[in-house]
Design a protein around this ligand. Structure first.
Ligand SMILES: [Zn+2]
Length: 271
């Protein structure tokens, strides 16, 4: 599943190239997770003002309103002048004066949704509950600690929920908790300020590193230029059950938390 780094790498790979493009035609494939929210022809003649990211949404700003694109479980974006004719799993093609923006999504959990503005109910429904951006100034360590103090659930669940800070998906939750030396089952409210600070910096470091590596959590991930993530992220604990911890050599353990697999080292990570 594309996580925040993949979405950011996708954004970086086409945001500049699509700037000022004029929309000429939209071709819709099979239904995606949510409907487009307008008639495709209503978008004709609009210009792309820029591409931002919020959580795992790409926000394509248009002369009037914006498109919110989500990659779902298996979506990927391509943009260019030389795309192949659309095929079975291509469910959204936006032909513009500068090239075609395409969402390829075999499992169709992704979506492209139009909203007249970011404050419109359609956009707020999708973006409204998102926490702060982990790589922005708004992700403040003291505020993070205060927010965690109100959460009685396990820290890993709190990170995955994305209501305090966005972008820490299943892989990154296991990895950041390992780097911070925190057991994933520890109740968020029980974390001391020093431990919260370690977690805060681990989140920033792990996500920034994944973006720098080209979005590397997915074996089949490619950005809008069709370039694959450079290499699979070398994980410390994720997907390494039974293998020796890279720090202390103890076997990595796994457990289920809210239907998702968690990986941790019982000797490096304290409750
Ligand atoms: Zn260890």
């Amino acid at each position: 599943m594309p996580e925040l780094p993949e979405v950011e790498v996708t954004r970086l790979s086409f945001a500049e190239r699509i700037q000022n493009a004029e929309i000429r035609a939209i071709r819709m494939g099979k239904p995606l997770r949510w409907p487009l929210g307008c008639e495709p022809q209503d978008l004709h003649g609009q210009r792309v003002a820029g591409v931002r990211r919020r959580g795992k949404y790409l926000l394509v700003d248009l002369s009037q309103g914006l498109l919110l694109i989500h990659l779902g479980m298996s979506g990927s974006i391509s943009f260019g002048n030389d795309l192949q004719p659309s095929a079975k799993h291509d469910h959204f093609d936006m032909h513009t004066s500068l090239g075609t923006l395409r969402l390829h999504d075999p499992r169709r959990f992704g979506a492209v949704v139009y909203a007249p503005s970011e404050s419109h109910a359609t956009a707020r429904k999708l973006l409204g509950r998102l926490g702060v951006e982990p790589l922005s100034e708004a992700f403040d360590a003291a505020a993070f600690h205060n927010a965690l103090k109100l959460k009685k659930t396990a820290i890993k669940q709190v990170l995955l929920a994305g209501e305090i800070v966005v972008g820490v998906g299943n892989i990154y939750a296991s990895e950041t908790l390992f780097l911070a030396g925190i057991r994933p089952t520890t109740k968020a409210m029980r974390l001391s300020k020093p431990r919260t600070l370690l977690l805060h910096s681990a989140i920033r470091r792990v996500l920034a590193q994944a973006i720098a590596k080209g979005g590397s959590t997915l074996k089949d991930f490619s950005n809008a230029n069709g370039q694959a993530g450079y290499f699979q992220l070398e994980t410390m604990v994720y997907d390494r059950a039974g293998l020796p911890c890279r720090v202390c050599g103890s076997p990595i353990k796994t457990l289920r938390q809210g239907q998702r697999s968690t990986f941790y080292c019982a000797s490096c990570q304290k409750p």
